[in-house]
Ligand binder design. Structure first.
Ligand code: PLP
Length: 455
């Protein structure tokens, strides 16, 4: 049955480059085919797997394939996918050396390699989380713990109700996942202070300095590298200098943009990022590791262990560095293994080439679209994101929809600075220049169709 599942998976992967990108069937078909009552008696396991492949395969969006340009998703590198299969097979509780020697060891090696790939301090700690939202939670929980304990407050024991005040500052273009974390950890979204941004959505360092000067209360400043629409990166070096001068903490949400650090050509955009206190990024986006895998990075490992670590007699920890002490989850799969596989199969040079290739695709698309009738490129294409506008807002929305319906590509619609935009993201390892050119044709055709058949 497992060999058959692998055959089915390989068939699916081989079909990805040629297939329609949008789903072929939909939600209702899957419910119809699978959604009867819980069976009283079991079904042959092989038949269950065949059924899942037959019913669900066509109802997937080909987001693992080369012509998916929606959200910022990434596919799965072959080595990372195969490693992920092994992780499921081993089914380890990768909490500690005792619960999984292999899980803990690969976690430690992948930590060093991640820090090297991202040019972050080698002494930092990396926790392997479900995603960048969980990474943001680790960063902000550690910041809260550290800033309060500097003021003599033990948040673990005494909670937040009477704690000294902390400020939480974000850019006006903060990602919703940061605000979600702010709510979850009890800061309150109404208390968040928003710092003005520039025309690309990057926090203005001069505005931050004013906001910090206005109130001496210690601040957690949430910077962002990689705006989901434009790809813009906050000036983190300046943000850190100003925040540290005020006794604060800088957390960087770099869900995809942090990978710009792997590229000599793009690292200028993220200069000074290494001076921050914590960072969150995803392996399941630009590193092309399968879901779900985020990276929660903290410059002071003791601070993150103090904020998050649980210790229990039945799951003893024998060393300072135990994977489960760096993340919120106790039972957890060996998420570092596919990260190790991705980094081992690419090498430093391969990671850099992956990042550069995606950014070059974005430039190629932007250059081509500037020459197309009716289209405008709305952002400075500095990374892997391109924002397009076609004629007017209605045509722009329809272009995104018609591209998806055509099956040629999958692009999202968004709003940028009060106007509709088609948002194109390049983050898949297997996308080629031909795929970019095919998207240009699909966008052109979609605009012509939208104009021929107004709603
Ligand atoms: C800038 C940014 N931050 C955070 C996130 C959340 O990441 P995840 O979905 O992996 O939790 C995303 C993307 O979804 C993002 O683009």
């Amino acid at each position: 049955m497992l060999s058959r599942a692998s055959e089915l998976a390989v068939d699916y992967l081989e079909g990805l480059p040629g297939r329609r990108v949008d789903a072929i069937t939909g939600y209702a078909e899957v419910i119809d085919a699978l959604g009867g009552p819980l069976p009283e008696t079991g079904t042959d396991a092989g038949e269950v797997v065949e059924r899942l492949a037959r019913v669900c395969g066509p109802a997937t969006i080909a987001s693992a394939g080369p012509r998916y340009f929606g959200l910022v998703v990434g596919g799965a590198l072959p080595a990372a996918l195969a490693a992920d299969w092994l992780v499921s097979t081993w089914d380890q509780t990768a909490y500690s050396r005792m619960s999984s020697p292999a899980g803990a060891a690969v976690d430690a090696v992948a930590e060093r390699w991640v820090l090297a790939a991202l040019s972050l301090p080698a002494s930092a700690a990396v926790g392997f989380t479900t995603g960048a939202t969980a990474g943001n939670a680790v960063g902000l929980l550690t910041a809260r713990h550290a800033l309060l304990s500097r003021q003599g407050w033990d948040v673990d024991a005494d909670g937040l109700a009477d704690a000294p005040r902390l400020r939480v500052l974000v850019g006006e273009e903060v990602h919703p996942s940061v605000l979600q974390v702010v709510r979850m950890i009890g800061f309150g979204s109404r208390k968040v202070e928003r710092v003005p941004v520039d025309d690309q959505g990057a926090m203005r360092a001069d505005a931050l300095a004013d906001v910090l000067d206005a109130d001496p209360t210690p601040a957690i400043v949430c910077a962002q590298v990689g705006n989901v629409n434009t790809g813009a990166c906050d000036p983190v070096g300046e943000i850190v200098a100003a925040t540290h001068a005020h006794g604060g903490w800088v957390h960087v949400d770099g869900a995809f943009g942090l990978w710009a650090r792997a590229s000599a050509r793009r690292s200028g955009l993220v200069a000074g990022v290494e001076t921050a206190d914590s960072w969150s990024t995803d392996a399941h986006k630009w590193l092309n590791v399968p879901y779900d895998c985020g990276l929660a990075i903290v410059s002071d490992p003791a601070a993150t262990r103090a904020a998050l670590g649980a210790n229990t007699a039945y799951l003893p920890t024998v060393a300072d560095r135990e994977p489960g002490m760096l993340v919120p989850e106790m039972s957890r799969r060996a998420r570092a293994v596919p990260v190790y596989a991705a980094l081992a199969s690419l090498g430093r040079v391969g990671v850099e080439a992956l990042v550069d290739r995606c950014c070059d695709h974005a430039r190629r698309l932007a250059d081509a679209m500037r020459a197309e009738d009716g289209f405008r490129v709305r952002n400075d294409v500095v990374l892997n994101q391109v924002l397009l506008h076609a004629d007017d807002d209605d045509t722009t929305w329809r272009v995104a929809e018609l591209v998806r319906l055509s099956g040629e590509g999958w692009v999202a619609g968004t709003h940028w600075r009060g106007q509709a935009a088609v948002r194109v993201s390049f983050s898949n390892w297997s996308t080629t220049e031909d795929d970019v050119d095919r998207l240009v044709g699909a966008l052109r055709d979609a605009r012509e169709r939208a104009r021929r058949t107004p709603r």
